[in-house]
Write a protein that binds this ligand. Structure first.
Ligand SMILES: *Cc1c(COP(=O)(O)O)cnc(C)c1O
Length: 452
């Protein structure tokens, strides 16, 4: 009988992060300032510590993971790789399905992989407080956990609609010592401006980012921390793919296709980029980012310079975007509601080196339930997107008789998202294709950059 759980020792935790920039055919498009000119690293020092800024712009293939960070990774890493035999049987597919399970972290997702590194580097330069935003609550939880481990105060601007809908995510952050505010607040200019226009605003990720960035930029003891999108975040997540490669090697396998849900791109980059290194060296492997059809950034957005937040406080980044004032519909995968995407993921997609698919909400939950009823683990709604795309491929294999090897990232568990499952079971979930007119409308507001 072959292994169901493929496990590694603590000594197998990677000692370095993999920087995909070294293997990309073209350097990443630089961030631009308000004048449309590339910004230097010094423009970021008001909100990020120097070691993080260096990683953000680095082209070195390997970057050492500090011992203090690896020490904390040891609490849950290496994470297990599973062979999904029960799911394969349930589908009747000849495909071999593997999944890497990141829900074993204390916060229940992959996000602590970067939160711990970010808290560490901020502590090293003497920062006492971190601000951040959270939508679904997973990133806020991860940073609360990491901040508490390094003695850093954490203030979380939580999108108001989730603050009200997910009280237990809030309690979780508070248990780890973080302060949680419902955004928009009246503590920042960005928040006050939104409230003046709409006192009942439900908030959005873009607004919460504006609030957190504004506060961090205005205080010397405070920095800002972002849970996705930026190059250093994807870098930190590459422990996932490095471990997965080692685990598959142990059982003599290699994936034909790798799937991950894609919000800002961090868990996708985390699992897929280490395989991209092989692809760059000539190996055949398909890397597929899976997004919701209600927030179809890669598949229907425009590849253009845009702001990372609603108020336009961040540098301009070249990415697939639905427009920075995009207010997503109330979909039930909160972690996949961002208007933009990682610059690295966007560029690779634009150059045809990775793939993207969008999946509708109802069949996505259906896939999650099929998975839970065969493999046991209840996936995060975000992870269900990768499961849907992987199941679709496994069913194509059933038709064609091909025995492909498929790998997906189970980015987190869904224990705090059972309300979304309730809505699926009671038939209240709807499929929602983001309308073309709405995309066109918010695309009119993206900045006009000469020559970009
Ligand atoms: C945040 C989150 C995502 C989406 O974010 P990425 O940066 O694209 O990875 C996916 N799954 C889970 C469980 C998350 O918490």
């Amino acid at each position: 009988m072959s292994q169901l759980k493929i496990l590694l020792d603590e000594s197998d935790i990677p000692t370095q992060w993999y920087n995909i920039v070294a293997d990309m055919p073209n350097p990443p498009a630089p961030p631009l300032g308000p004048d449309g000119k590339p910004i230097g690293p010094e423009a970021l020092t008001a909100i990020f510590p120097m070691p993080i800024i260096e990683q953000e712009v680095s082209a070195e293939r390997w970057i050492d993971i500090p011992e203090a960070v690896r020490d904390i990774y040891r609490m849950w890493r290496p994470s297990p790789l599973f062979r999904a035999r029960a799911l394969e049987r349930a589908l009747g597919t000849p495909a071999k399905i593997y999944y890497k399970y990141e829900g074993v972290s204390p916060a229940g997702s992959h996000k602590p992989n970067t939160a711990v590194a970010q808290a560490y580097y901020n502590q090293q330069v003497g920062i006492k407080r971190l601000t951040t935003e959270t939508g679904a609550g997973q990133w806020g939880s991860a940073l609360a956990l990491a901040g508490q481990m390094f003695g850093i105060e954490v203030r979380v601007y939580m999108v108001k609609v989730s603050y009200e809908q997910k009280p237990f995510r809030r309690s979780m952050m508070q248990t780890w010592g973080a302060e949680v505010l419902a955004s928009p607040t009246n503590l920042t200019n960005a928040g006050r401006k939104i409230l003046a226009e709409d006192a009942a605003s439900a908030g959005s990720l873009g607004i919460a980012i504006s609030e957190a960035v504004e506060e961090a930029a205005s205080r010397d003891d405070t920095n800002y921390s972002l849970g996705s999108v930026l190059n250093h975040v994807l870098l930190h997540q590459t422990v996932i793919g490095q471990e997965a490669k080692k685990q598959l090697e142990k059982v003599g396998d290699y994936p034909d296709m790798v799937f991950a849900p894609c919000g800002g791109g961090s868990n996708f980059g985390g699992i897929a980029f280490p395989f991209f290194a092989d692809k760059a060296a000539g190996k055949q492997v398909r890397l597929v980012a899976v997004e919701p059809s209600s927030c179809p950034t890669l598949t229907r957005g425009q590849y253009a310079y845009d702001f990372g937040d609603t108020a336009g406080l961040t540098p301009l980044m070249k990415m697939y975007t639905l427009g920075h004032d995009f207010i997503p519909p109330g979909i039930h995968a909160g972690g996949l509601r961002y208007h933009g995407d990682s610059v690295l993921v966007s560029q690779l997609y634009n150059e045809g080196l990775i793939e993207a698919v969008a999946v509708p909400q109802i069949v996505t939950f259906e896939a999650g339930v099929i998975f839970a009823r065969s493999e046991g683990i209840i996936p995060a709604p975000e992870s269900n997107h990768a499961i849907r795309a992987c199941i679709d491929e496994a069913l194509r294999c059933k038709q064609s008789g091909e025995a492909k090897t498929l790998l997906f990232n189970l980015s987190g568990h869904g224990h705090f998202d059972m309300a979304s499952y309730d809505r699926y079971f009671s038939g209240e979930l709807e499929d929602y294709d983001y309308p073309e007119e709405a995309i066109a409308r918010s695309m009119q507001n993206i900045p006009k950059i000469a020559g970009a």
